[in-house]
Design a protein around this ligand. Structure first.
Ligand code: SF4
Ligand code: SF4
Length: 125
């Protein structure tokens, strides 16, 4: 009983062992692999990233000059960043926030609003 009371009193005055998420968020580690972002102006729509992606999260429409990205399929491996010949993909340290819907982002030249959210899944070639 004395041991038990000691633990209770100790826990009352000790710093909590966990962070009070979502009020306090842990900073991502340096070089963590997080969000993928495309630059529609640098992109030449070659499709190399789409071919390399193990999660089939990228679809490139060359004729349309559009790139569709399904962020919730992405496993943040970074293969697309490595393979892009135009340095048009950036991987940030931040992790993707949860969402209520599995949205699709559309990237294109700056004349096209990007990223645009759509609910319709892109057809895989
Ligand atoms: S980081 Fe990996 S899974 Fe995500 S889009 Fe790039 S290649 Fe695909
Ligand atoms: S590899 Fe780079 S340049 Fe090629 S389609 Fe993907 S983002 Fe665009």
């Amino acid at each position: 009983m004395a041991n038990f009371l000691g633990a209770v009193i100790e826990n009352l005055f000790k710093k909590p062992a966990t962070r009070p998420y979502p009020f306090t968020k842990r900073e991502p580690f340096k070089d963590a692999r997080g969000l993928i972002k495309f630059d529609g102006d640098k992109c030449v729509y070659c499709g190399a990233c789409s071919k390399k992606c193990p999660a089939a999260a990228i679809r490139v429409e060359r004729a349309e000059k559009a790139l569709y990205f399904e962020p919730f399929k992405c496993v943040t491996c970074g293969f697309c960043v490595e393979v892009c010949p135009k340095d048009a993909i950036n991987q940030e340290f931040e992790y993707r926030k949860p969402d209520y819907s599995k949205s699709i982002e559309k990237y294109g030249p700056s004349a096209v609003p990007a990223p645009a959210k759509t609910e319709a899944p892109p057809s895989q070639a």
